[in-house]
Design a protein around this ligand. Structure first.
Ligand code: PNS
Length: 160
């Protein structure tokens, strides 16, 4: 059984993330989307909300499940028998940090990271930028799953 994890903060999941998850689900028997807690980031959605949004957005992919983790990604992988981490690479600017994390994860636990080139359609996309644009009233409906767009508008209308 080939198992992979797609890790991230996913606050919120974007169409760029979803594209990587879908492509990974075609390459692996099982894909676990791991919502990891990044305390240095100001979040729009709680971890539970992010999990729910990813579950709804990825409902059509039968071999995709969603979980959260407060610890190290390699420990998450070890306890679930996950052999590979799949990450999207948007541009060279992503590369330095991603390479550093990939090498750290290999050195900690021998876990491989596979980089997938982001669909050029989503190369400029990030959760932070989507939130910023939406906070100023911009339309990001083409950039996030419908369920996320709906929840973002509700959350921002409530003054977060
Ligand atoms: O979506 P993000 O915030 O860019 O994702 C980064 C993330 C969450 C994948 C990374 O920070 C991570 O793996 N965090 C879990 C804790 C951990 O294992 N840290 C060491 C990384 S080498």
């Amino acid at each position: 059984m080939r198992k992979a994890v797609c890790p991230g903060s996913f606050d919120p999941i974007t169409n760029g993330h979803l594209d990587i998850i879908e492509r990974a689900s075609r390459l692996f028997d099982e894909v676990v989307v791991a919502v990891l807690i990044n305390k240095s980031k100001a979040n729009l959605f709680t971890v539970e909300e992010r999990i729910e949004l990813i579950q709804e957005a990825s409902a059509e992919f039968p071999n995709v499940t969603v979980e959260s983790s407060h610890g190290l990604l390699v420990d998450f992988c070890r306890t679930r028998g996950i052999q590979a981490i799949v990450k999207g690479l948007r541009a060279v600017s992503d590369f330095d940090y991603e390479l550093q994390m990939a090498q750290m994860n290999t050195s900690l636990a021998g876990i491989e990271t596979l980089f997938m080139s982001t669909n050029p359609q989503y190369a400029f996309l990030s959760s932070s930028l989507v939130k910023e644009v939406a906070r100023y009233g911009g339309d990001v409906s083409r950039l996030v799953p419908d369920v996320v767009w709906k929840r973002m508008r509700e959350r921002l209308a409530d003054g977060e």
